[in-house]
Ligand binder design. Structure first.
Ligand code: EPU
Length: 340
């Protein structure tokens, strides 16, 4: 285990916010985690667990312990006639894991290609994109209970997955550290090309019967064309969740804004793309000083250089206010906002 003090967190968050942490523990395997849980968690009341740092906004120096989960590795656990059970350790880079699955012809996660972040963080917000959510192929996970240092297995039903949420973001928030995640993938996989942009890519490239590798290529192409690469432009993907409103509210909005895009959600509810709401309020491509709204996707707030967390949050609040004034909808952040 590596222990660092008074360290800049800039390389550890995709927004590229330069705040300092008092102490940081970089944990390389599950035994280091269980051995160090008292030092890392119990000695200081304030701590935060960091995976890939791709869905987080630090707003000030962090006064507690930062625990960086860095244990990597992928293991095939079992192969049946139709399925493969495969485990990713928490610190494994998510897209590295997806790539491994695709290269080994294991279907399911290809639509979730190129999402930044770590495998361990992926179930917390039930990552989703292009018609697939993590929960569709999730089997179980192992996590350490912070209060006791014991390892517990969670089956799918125990995780309470929902739209960008799980029990680890709600009832069990900050109670467990996810150590590894097990997926049940398909050997005879049915391709999911329902999303318009995927279908367009396949048609343009004259791919009639796509393999999962083609879907991965399509997704990477779409994501690169619409979303900024944090290596060059700090960001944390979608800053806000897409709001879900009742059918009744939607009808009223549709009368006022006939072009409003909408997707069916759970019974009686409609999901509205936050990107559209933000674009309609004029923020797309906005820039002031170090912060701005990405010009190809209004849902993404970007750091043009040396923005601090307060500037990003200030812009997010102004966007929220405009959307509320125009549409009466309260946007909620998808990004985890950290104040210590
Ligand atoms: N739109 C606009 N202007 C914009 C952006 C979007 O008008 O600037 C409208 C368009 O009508 C478009 C619709 O919004 O048809 C949907 O946009 P898009 O397909 O880009 O998807 P999204 O709803 O903005 C969600 C996820 C993304 C995921 C994509 C693709 C959320 C908050 N975001 O975005 O996830 O990649 O779908 O499935 O659910 C992430 O969570 O960080 C993320 C990138």
């Amino acid at each position: 285990m590596e222990k660092l003090t008074n360290i800049s967190l800039k390389p550890y968050n995709s927004f590229g916010i330069d705040v300092k942490a008092r102490k940081m523990f970089i944990i390389k395997d599950i035994y280091e985690l269980t051995d160090s849980f008292e030092t890392a968690f119990a000695s200081d009341k304030t701590w935060i667990i960091l995976g890939g740092g791709s869905n987080i906004l630090f707003t000030e120096d962090y006064n507690g312990n930062v625990i960086k989960i860095d244990f990597k590795g992928i293991q095939v656990l079992d192969i049946t006639a139709e399925h493969v059970y495969i485990r990713a350790n928490a610190g494994e880079e998510w897209d590295n894991f997806v790539n491994f699955c695709v290269e080994n012809n294991l279907g399911g996660l290809e639509n979730l290609s190129y999402i930044p972040g770590s495998a361990g963080a992926s179930p917390i917000q039930n990552i989703g994109a292009y018609g697939v959510e993590l929960k569709d192929f999730f089997h179980s996970l192992e996590a350490m209970e912070i209060a006791t240092g014991t390892i517990k297995r969670f089956k799918k039903a125990e995780c309470n997955f929902g739209y960008r949420t799980s029990v680890f973001k709600t009832a069990l928030k900050n109670k467990y550290v996810i150590c590894s995640v097990i997926f049940k993938l398909d050997l005879n996989h049915k391709i999911n090309r329902g999303y318009k942009a995927i279908d367009e890519y396949l048609t343009q490239n004259k791919i009639n019967s796509p393999a999962i590798g083609d879907i991965r290529k399509a997704i990477i192409h779409i994501r690169k064309s619409k979303l900024p690469d944090p290596k060059y432009l700090g960001n944390a993907g979608s800053f806000f969740k897409n709001p879900v409103i009742s059918k009744k509210c939607f009808k009223e909005l549709k009368n006022k804004f006939p072009n409003i895009p909408a997707f069916n959600d759970k019974k009686g509810y409609i999901k509205i793309p936050a990107g559209w709401l933000i674009e309609q309020t004029g923020w797309k491509g906005y820039r002031k000083g170090n912060v701005g709204v990405y010009d190809k996707q209004a849902l993404v707030i970007v750091n043009h250089g040396s923005a601090n967390g307060g500037e990003v949050l200030g812009l997010a609040n102004m966007i929220k206010q405009s959307v509320y004034e125009k549409f009466g909808i309260k946007l909620e952040p998808e990004v985890n906002i950290i104040k210590s």
